[in-house]
Design a protein around this ligand. Sequence first.
Ligand SMILES: NC(=O)C1=CN([C@@H]2O[C@H](COP(=O)(O)OP(=O)(O)OC[C@H]3O[C@@H](n4cnc5c(N)ncnc54)[C@H](OP(=O)(O)O)[C@@H]3O)[C@@H](O)[C@H]2O)C=CC1
Length: 371
Amino acid sequence: MSLNPRLVKESFALIEPVADKAAAYFYGRLFAENPHLRGMFPPAMDVQRDRLFGALTRIVWSLDSPDGLAAFLGQLGRDHRKYGVVAEHYTAIGNALLATVRRFAAEVWDAEIEAAWVTAYTAAANIMIESADADAGVSPAWWLAEVIGHERRTPDIAVITLRLDRDLPYLPGQYVTVQTARWPRVWRTFSIANAPRGDRTIRLHVRAVPGGWVSTALVEHTRIGDTVMLGPALGTMTPADSGRDILCVAGGTGLAPIKAIVEHVIGSGLRPAVHLLYGARRACELYDLTDLIRMESAFPWLRVLPVVSEQPGYDGVRGRLTEVMERLRSWAGHDVYVCGPAAMVDDAVRRLQRNGVPLTDIRRDVVHGEP
Ligand SMILES: NC(=O)C1=CN([C@@H]2O[C@H](COP(=O)(O)OP(=O)(O)OC[C@H]3O[C@@H](n4cnc5c(N)ncnc54)[C@H](OP(=O)(O)O)[C@@H]3O)[C@@H](O)[C@H]2O)C=CC1
């Protein structure tokens, strides 16, 4: 049976408005039929439910773009090795998923739609399984890392240096998932804030989010000598290396992957003009400015512009980061990297496009921090 994206999308559209209920039903069904799988998931399932629907939504709406979808599923398959997921688990998950869509799209459900879902799920699961199998031959499922540096730059933000037990291949701009001893099986994503160094050290920029389990554990309860677990590097916001001039827009700790990219440009020998716009609400939250100014003074082609949005007395550039970006000049012809709060990223992309920067010149990743 060939793939029928239209039937899958039409039935999925009925489930999206009741995503919470459908995700709860899915996990209820999965664990009722396979109680042994419960131990693979974290005790609190709220973030897990959002992730499931986030991934499912992306897969369903990308069914018409097989290349992008295959790359996403390949990453997902590799990343799932760290949970101990093996081929048999995909059958259990497929059965629970089918039962869920059958129930929540009951008003349109028929044999043809069922066949379309089975075909789509089988194809997606096969890509994930094949990618995980291929990765198993060349790479560990997870890494251990020792905390060798912990700098509290603000009450909420820490810059953490880790030394990995083995090489972790990654490209500048990518992110990893992190699990702390305090919260077993709870994984959160953080960007690697440095270009690869060859000494197995990486840096993370972490803001403790209220109610955020992993971010709070990392900022407030982690000490030098502690160990954390990391998953493989993921993400597509990697350097274009085109030699063209570069605009980087970083909001808050969204600076992390941008800094890795700037370090990469420094090491590449290419000397494009790089503008780095770095935004925070208050000057005291520009937690990495000292280091950026040091880089700026060493490399005359790098311009760092801090922007503060909520501090009337601040005597530097004030305003919304994205508005300042738009006012400053035209960015057409630049390679652009944008990272920060999702709404800021969307706003930046909208403004850039409006001012003649094509989407293909803009790189960004959706890195889900803590809720
Ligand atoms: N730690 C990491 O490794 C990474 C983090 N991220 C993400 O980056 C984000 C960083 O958050 P945080 O450090 O709390 O940043 P903040 O919430 O402190 O925001 C940083 C800057 O972005 C501006 N901003 C926020 N929303 C908008 C908007 N809609 N339009 C224009 N400007 C906006 C803020 O100004 P104002 O709100 O006043 O307009 C502020 O100047 C998180 O969402 C995190 O998930 C992404 C990649 C890596």
